[in-house]
Design a protein around this ligand. Sequence first.
Ligand SMILES: Cc1cc2nc3c(=O)[nH]c(=O)nc-3n(C[C@H](O)[C@H](O)[C@H](O)COP(=O)(O)OP(=O)(O)OC[C@H]3O[C@@H](n4cnc5c(N)ncnc54)[C@H](O)[C@@H]3O)c2cc1C
Length: 549
Amino acid sequence: MPALILVSETRAPELLDEFGRYARDYDLRTATSVSDAEQVAASIREAGGQVAMFVSESQLPDASVLEAFARWRTVVPTARRLIAAHWSRFLSDAPTLRAGLAKGKYDAYLLMPRGVRDEEFHTAVCELLSDWGSTVAAPEVVTVRIVSPVTDALTLSIRDYLDRMGLPNRVYAPDTEVGREVLAALEGEPEFPVVEAMDRLPTSPRSVRDVAMRIYGQPADIDLDTVVDVAIVGAGPAGLAAAVYASSEGLTTVVLEAEAVGGQAGTSSMIRNYLGFPRGISGMRLAQRARNQAIRFGTRFFSGWPVTHLEPGVDGAPHVLRTEGGDVRARSVVVSAGVKYRRLQVPGVDRLVGLGVFYGSAMTAAREMEGYDVVVVGGGNSAGQAAIHLARFADSVTILVRRPDLESTMSAYLVGEIAYNPRITVQTCSEVVEVGGEGRLEWITVRNTAAGGETRRACSGLFLLLGAEPHCDWLPDSVARDARGFVLTGRDVPPARWRNELPPGSLETTLPGVFAAGDIRSGSMKRVAAASGEGASVVPLVHAWLSEV
Ligand SMILES: Cc1cc2nc3c(=O)[nH]c(=O)nc-3n(C[C@H](O)[C@H](O)[C@H](O)COP(=O)(O)OP(=O)(O)OC[C@H]3O[C@@H](n4cnc5c(N)ncnc54)[C@H](O)[C@@H]3O)c2cc1C
């Protein structure tokens, strides 16, 4: 059982009593000092166990609690860190400790309950534990069982998709008990990986899409004659918000998503600045909640199906969205397809994608980095978050940036958190010029852009977060875009493309009945809250358009 280590010099019994409700699922251990807790954690690790969380009093006898978290992190980087402060110390401790919280030195600051059944307190504890549970390599509650003798690129991509869809999964070797059970139910010869999803018969998928189709179906499942009120392309925050608002207001709504629901936000390990989530929320969880909310109102989701073409409807006829799994006919379309990462154009990189080289923060791959030295390329917030997440698993994380500093491109809170994290180093004025390895990434060559000169270094994980460009190669020319390819809406559209000398509505494109929201829109703010705000704001415009046609 994973352990919760409860640390207090004098109040350990009180903590033990309060956390007694977790005794069935967690091994409750107590410690009376920083070094005592360090030893408890080390002995659990040596015995092959896991530590899910440190819960600490706000004052400890042998070091400050912030120093304690830093020391414990060295022993167990993945454990969540919670201060359960005694309320008598609130006024004296809170100002310093809250400053540490803002810098990410620990995960939550709570006051110990002053009576029984303080469910607010325990909701926070459960959220942290659930968050921890979603980052462990071998979850105990499993919805999808994968059987494979090796962790190859396909298995990793399937796991990444399942993680982002919030489906707990685990890989079993063919000669284990579970492996044999799954293979016995398979019809025909196994081609690995074999996947058994949600108690359906196992199959041998050849792509992530095969898995997505098995679980969620395909657009062709929609009746051919159906014309939906609104089809939303892309299920990031903008598309999800549009889906919730459109379907809650009675519009028939279909969402087509190329990959997993959540978009870029879904790949973020922790979104800390989204309104209403004081302890932050993982992007996957936010996305899954929004998806469930939209489903409750009747939205249909098809994930794993990129829209390959938008065929404009003429004279009020429905627009047609084409995918390889069937077409969707819609009276209106919301384009919320976001952006994709720029590719690294250096020798050797393409054949190693998925084999040590990853675009984005690649949440599942991060777990495989335990014990490795990894490199994150990029100086934006997404690179900073990826580095912090990776440092939970990898021995060391190096952030490589071309610029001479991080401050000009990354939020101050992340720069501070990175400076504080002993596992992360920042290497400025540097760029990757070549990567290589036999069958998997083994080394990279880095050029110093200021002093010149190239160095080859060993590297087992290369995470590329190089900025983004819009996902709009599928849009027809009648949807006007700016010079960088972002979709133009409202008054940003040049007058030459206005209709009847009037600009389109604020989130409307140059193609009537087609709207754009979120990062794909020219001039958008590139934040979760802004994208979801635009997704919600587009719905009144859709209503107005529908009443017109
Ligand atoms: C790692 C990371 C961390 C971040 N952290 C934060 C943060 O802490 N706070 C914050 O405010 N912002 C954060 N951001 C930025 C934020 O995630 C984005 O601004 C936001 O996700 C944009 O939402 P969107 O819906 O416009 O587009 P996206 O999130 O990009 O979603 C677009 C979706 O459209 C799909 N799609 C693309 N093309 C097609 C097609 N042809 N057919 C069907 N589907 C398609 C994509 O697969 C994707 O799922 C982060 C971004 C990253 C990458």
